[in-house]
Each structure stands twice: as C-alpha cells, then as structure tokens.
Design a protein around this ligand. Structure first.
Ligand SMILES: Nc1ncnc2c1ncn2[C@@H]1O[C@H](COP(=O)(O)OP(=O)(O)OP(=O)(O)O)[C@@H](O)[C@H]1O
Length: 231
C-alpha cells in the first residue's frame, strides 16, 4: 500500500488561537517499505500518523492511499480502511484488562463472530511473537514488552497492508524494544505491509529503511539507511 502526502496542513484550535502543526508537508511512503518518521517533540509526527490512519482530517492538502484521495471516501470506506487495512500499534497498548492475551488479539474480530480458524491464527501469531505460553494471561500479569507483543499480534491478525506505529517501544527497555521491532519486521514482511513508525530512537533502523525527518511541520529530508547503518 502506497501512501502519498501532498502539501498537507493541519491546525488545531486552542482557545481563541489557531495553532499550525503541519505546514505544507509532502512525503512519500512506497508500498512494502519500512519507514521511520523522526523529528523534535511537537513537530507533528503523531498528528501525521493520525491523518494517514484516517482518524483525523487535514486542514488542507491531500493524503492518497494507492492513489485514492482519503478526502473523497465515504464514511463506510473510511471505516473499512481503519478496520481492515490498517494495523495501529500505539505506545499505550490499549489492551482490555479483563480479557486474556488471546482474547485481546481477537477483539477486533468479535463483532463479526469468531471462527475457529481466526482463533487458530491468533494463537499462531502469539506463538510467533514468543507468547505461546501466555495465551490465557491477563494484561496485568504481563510485562510491558509482553503487552506490546500482544498489541502487535492484535494489529497484525487482520494482515494489514499498512501498519502505523507511534513510539511502539516508548515504555520498553532497549533489549525488549529490539525484540518488539524484530517481531514487527517479521510479521510485516510476511504480509508485505508498508510500515510507518514514529520514534525518537534511531537505533532500531536497519539498512534499506526510509527515514523521513520532519521539523516545524515540514519534511526536511528523506534518506535511506545504508548497509553500514548510516542515514
Ligand atoms: N487534538 C489536538 N488538539 C490541539 N492540539 C493538538 C492536538 N493534537 C496535537 N496537538 C498539538 O500539536 C502539536 C504537535 O503534536 P504531535 O503529537 O503531532 O507532535 P509529535 O511530533 O508527535 O510530538 P512528540 O514527539 O512529543 O510526541 C503539539 O503542540 C500538540 O500539543
């Protein structure tokens, strides 16, 4: 899934004033690539992710998914996109405390009724992220890294063509963070998903990843990580 951002502006109202956050940002996320969005705090990274996920709308400019403008979608199309094509992985894992790890992964599929195939797939995904021995544990009996792995499995069960991750390792130590990224890459690779990660930590980057630097709501540069790990 290809994501194209064209001259996007986004402002928020704060009391009487309008605060510009994205100021004419243009950017390209090619299909099947692993992308990082980096930049100073407050530069608009999370706001950009919300717009790409059709969770919010730009003040002006266009966001295109596979060449189709989000702004022209009906509410039904936007809902379908969010529910079936995007996997959201955010810093707060948003797990339901009264449900087991397995049921948390299955939550997005509960409205349409669970099939035994889906249950099996959810189990397989949890095994793949090293959580096969924790299927029946509730979130408060899991570590932060384990909870994030459940959140990744939940996001990936629908085999999303697009994965949006906002500081997915923000609350994890570096070793656990590395494992979380390994699983994210493994699962994204299986579906050839386009991945867009907002992070402050550049140590998770690998050769061929794209790095988009934004500052003051604009794209400063896009680079590709070289074999030696340099941007
Ligand atoms: N819903 C909102 N209403 C008002 N202001 C908002 C809203 N969402 C974001 N902002 C403001 O927009 C600016 C950019 O926020 P954003 O979270 O996109 O930045 P960021 O680059 O992700 O920052 P950080 O790295 O600290 O998470 C901030 O000043 C924030 O307060």
């Amino acid at each position: 899934m290809q994501v194209t951002i064209k001259d996007v502006q986004k402002s928020f109202r704060r009391g009487e004033t309008t605060v510009p956050v994205l100021r004419g940002l243009s950017c390209e996320f090619p299909s099947g690539t692993f992308n990082f969005v980096v930049g100073p705090s407050g530069s608009g990274k999370s706001s950009l992710l919300y717009l790409i996920g059709a969770l919010d709308q730009p003040t002006s400019g266009q966001i295109e998914i596979d060449g189709r403008k989000i702004s022209t979608w009906s509410e039904t199309e936007a809902n379908h996109f969010r529910a079936n094509q995007v996997g959201f992985v955010f810093q707060s894992f948003n797990l339901m405390s009264n449900l087991s790890a397995l049921d948390n992964v299955l939550v997005p599929f509960m409205p349409q009724g669970l099939t035994s195939t889906k249950r099996k797939e959810a189990e397989e995904l949890l095994k793949l992220v090293g959580m096969g021995h924790r299927l029946t544990h509730k979130p408060n009996h899991l570590s932060g890294g384990e909870q994030q792995r459940v959140a990744i499995a939940r996001a990936l069960l629908k085999k999303p063509q697009l994965i949006l991750a906002d500081e997915p390792t923000g609350e994890l130590d570096s070793q656990t963070g590395r494992e979380v990224f390994n699983y994210l890459r493994l699962l994204a690779g299986q579906n050839q998903s386009t991945v867009i990660v907002v992070t402050h930590d550049e140590s998770y980057m690998q050769p061929d990843d794209y790095v988009h630097r934004i500052s003051d709501g604009r794209l400063i540069e896009t680079t590709q990580v070289s074999e030696s790990g340099q941007c």
